[in-house]
Design a protein around this ligand. Structure first.
Ligand SMILES: [Zn+2]
Length: 307
C-alpha cells in the first residue's frame, strides 16, 4: 500500500512521534494552531495518517489532505473556525513584528524551493537585498509564521506581502501600508527605474532570475497609476507572465499600446513553469513582439465605432 513519504513530512513539520496504537499514524507539533490565535503547539497534536494521506490537529481542528505530489490539497478547519478573509485594498497601520528569515523555518522553505535553480549565495543576496523576513507577530494570527516581504518605492514603504510556507490558503496576503496603495506601484521599481527596458512579472518571486531588469505588478493586469508609472519610466517592455496566462499577456500588451507604448514583447515561457523556476535561462527564451497589426486586428471593433 502507498504511504506518505516520512522524509518529506519531517522536512515540512519537523520532529515526530509514533502513535503506539496505530502503526500507520504519526504526530507532529501543529504549526497551524497559532493561525487561529493559540500559543504554539508543543505536545504533538497534529496526527497524520500515512496510508490515508490525511491529517488532523486535535487542538485547532485543522484538517489536511495530501495529494500524490505531496502538496496539501485541502487545508481547512472544522468547527466553523476560519481565517480572516483579506479585504481588497486593506492596510496595516503598524509594521508587524518579524525576525530575519535566516533565523526561521522560512529560510529552509526558500532553500528547498529554490536551491535546485539558484546558488545559496544568490538566494541569500536576494533575501538581504529585499529585506525578506519572517513574521512572528501573534497579534496577526493569520500572518504569523509567514514570509514577509516589504514593498518599497523610492525607498518608502508602501505595503507588504506575506507568503504561506505550510501550504495553507491563501498563499499570499497583501496589505497596503497606512494610506499608500501598492497597486499604484510595482515591486523593485527603485532598482530598475534607470534602465531603458523592463520585464513585467506578476509576483514578487518572479523577478528572482533577473532583479536588475524585472518588476512585479501584483497581478496580471495594471491599474491606471501603474500604466502611467510604466509609461513614464521605460521605453521597452517585456511581458513575462506564466505560460498559461498568454491571453492576459496580450491584453496587457494592448492595454499598454493604448497608452502609446509601442515597443512591447511577450516572453514565451515553457508550460507549467513560472519565471522564478527558470533561472538565468530567462534571458534566452523566445520573445514574441506585438505589432501594430495585431493591435489593430484585436481592437477592430473599437476603431469601427470611432470612424
Ligand atoms: Zn493545531
Amino acid at each position: 500500500m502507498k504511504r506518505l513519504n516520512l522524509k518529506k513530512l519531517v522536512k515540512k513539520f519537523g520532529q515526530y512521534k509514533e502513535v503506539p496504537s496505530h502503526d500507520d499514524e504519526i504526530r507532529f507539533c501543529c504549526p497551524y494552531c497559532v493561525q487561529i490565535g493559540k500559543p504554539p503547539d508543543t505536545k504533538f497534536h497534529l496526527y497524520i495518517n500515512l496510508t490515508k494521506g490525511v491529517g488532523y490537529c486535535f487542538r485547532c481542528g485543522k484538517i489536511l489532505k495530501f495529494d500524490k505530489n505531496f502538496k496539501i490539497e485541502h487545508s481547512f478547519y472544522i468547527d466553523g473556525i476560519s481565517l480572516p478573509k483579506p479585504i481588497k485594498g486593506s492596510s496595516l497601520d503598524k509594521i508587524p513584528e518579524s525576525i530575519p528569515v535566516f533565523d526561521s523555518i522560512g529560510y529552509q522553505f526558500l532553500l528547498n524551493k529554490l536551491e535546485k535553480i539558484y546558488s545559496k549565495d544568490y538566494i541569500d543576496k536576494f533575501i538581504q537585498e529585499y529585506e525578506i523576513s519572517f513574521c512572528v507577530d501573534k497579534s496577526f494570527p493569520h500572518l504569523y509564521q509567514r514570509i514577509m516581504i516589504p514593498v518599497k518605492v523610492e525607498n518608502e514603504l508602501v505595503g507588504f506581502q506575506f507568503r504561506a510556507i505550510f501550504g495553507e490558503e491563501p498563499k499570499y496576503y497583501t496589505y497596503n501600508y497606512k494610506s499608500r496603495n501598492m497597486k499604484d506601484y510595482v515591486f523593485n521599481y527603485d532598482r530598475v527605474k534607470n534602465s531603458d527596458e523592463v520585464f513585467l512579472c506578476e509576483g514578487i518571486f518572479d523577478i528572482l532570475p533577473f532583479p536588475e531588469k524585472a518588476v512585479a505588478c501584483f497581478g496580471k493586469s495594471l491599474t491606471k497609476q501603474q500604466k502611467r508609472l510604466i509609461k513614464n519610466t521605460w521605453q521597452k517592455i517585456y511581458i513575462c507572465l506564466d505560460a498559461d496566462a498568454i491571453d492576459d499577456a496580450y491584453k496587457l500588451a494592448y492595454d499598454l499600446m493604448k497608452e502609446g507604448i509601442m515597443d512591447i514583447g511577450i516572453v514565451e515561457l515553457p508550460e507549467d513553469k513560472d519565471p522564478c523556476e527558470i533561472g538565468k535561462e530567462i534571458y534566452n527564451l523566445p520573445i514574441r513582439y506585438v505589432s501594430i497589426v495585431d493591435f489593430l486586428q484585436e481592437n477592430e471593433n473599437e476603431f469601427e465605432t470611432l470612424l
